[in-house]
Ligand binder design. Structure first.
Ligand SMILES: [Zn+2]
Length: 322
């Protein structure tokens, strides 16, 4: 039995909320996490769905809301735990990083009870959420400005494919200290999905996101029914995060969408000085076959080193045969 300091609030049959305390803020307000628990009558795995590890990734919260309000506990074999807001202060501040310490919580797992607020929060997520799971689906998005559509392959390729993305990505060197890093260490089957962002076509991303998670729940046996497949899925092994050297105004030169392929040398965007209006640099597709993974479709502010675009290398990507 895993030790827990969460308070459990019973709601309707098969529905409860776990309230896990994190800390007391400088203002005296109590900070904690809310985990929605849907429990089936039949045995089965415990699947966790998390969102808003980064506070400017609202589409994940919208997908989580749909799941919590539409899933019927009686239809489940096993349980679904939904942590819709993993980083409450970052949600409040519409910020990728936690405003109090400005750290990226998703590089700090499993966290520490004696560290910065983000580390304390990661510690509570690790032990009050991930430790209880057999399967973790961590939902991310492009953030305030860019949008994305792909899935990481972590330790269960079928689980990632079952989200039904066209693009999948298996990095040779994954970021350390993520939810997925910790889940893997714990032997939890895991995927990280990246969907939506940039306030772009939110209803479409929510529909696709919910459809993907429901299919993953069928894949792991929590929901009954056949697992849907998507033909033509591509697995990328090399992906360039294109970070501009200069900040300024990012002016796209083409309207792009994730999954689109453009030839190397295609101009993606100009970074323009807001004062002199000169073009400080032009971002250019780097690979002969450049697969668009993350893009910006509007004129946006961009920081030096920011996520400008993400481009996959078609030369090292492969298509699934089945
Ligand atoms: Zn994220």
């Amino acid at each position: 039995m895993i030790r827990s300091s969460a308070t459990v609030v019973a709601l309707a049959a098969g529905r409860s909320r776990r309230l896990a305390p994190i800390t007391t803020l400088a203002s005296g307000l109590e900070l904690g996490l809310t985990i929605h628990v849907l429990e089936g009558d039949r045995p089965g795995p415990t699947v966790g769905v998390s969102a808003m590890v980064h506070g400017d990734e609202l589409d994940g919260l919208l997908i989580a809301r749909e799941l919590v309000t539409t899933l019927e506990p009686a239809e489940l074999a096993g349980s679904v735990w939904v942590l819709a807001v993993a980083n409450p202060l970052a949600l409040e501040g519409v910020s990728r990083n936690t405003p109090v310490d400005m750290l990226d919580m998703n590089r700090l797992f499993p966290g520490s009870p004696h560290g910065w607020l983000s580390e304390q929060q990661a510690h509570v997520i690790s032990h009050e959420f991930i430790d209880h799971l057999d399967v973790l689906i961590d939902i991310h998005c492009g953030g305030t400005f860019p949008w994305v559509d792909y899935c990481y392959v972590v330790n269960d390729e079928g689980l990632s494919r079952a989200f039904l993305p066209e693009l999948l990505y298996q990095p040779a060197d994954p970021y350390p200290g993520t939810t997925a890093t910790y889940a893997q260490q714990r032997g939890v089957r895991c995927t990280v999905v990246e969907i939506g962002g940039g306030y772009h076509d939110q209803p479409v991303h929510v529909v696709n996101g919910v459809r993907g998670v429901l299919n993953q729940l069928r894949y792991v046996g929590v929901l009954e029914g056949g697992v849907e497949r998507r033909a033509g899925q591509r697995l990328m092994r090399d992906l360039r995060v294109m970070r501009p050297r200069h900040g300024g105004i990012c002016v796209p030169k083409a309207t792009l969408a994730p999954g689109q392929v453009v030839p190397g040398g295609t101009e993606l965007a100009d970074i323009v000085s807001p004062y002199s209006f000169e073009v400080l640099e032009t971002m250019v597709a780097p690979f002969e076959e450049s697969i668009v993974v993350l893009c910006r479709n509007f004129v946006t502010r961009i920081h030096p080193g920011d996520y400008g675009f993400m481009i996959g290398d078609g030369a090292t990507a492969s298509r699934y045969e089945d």
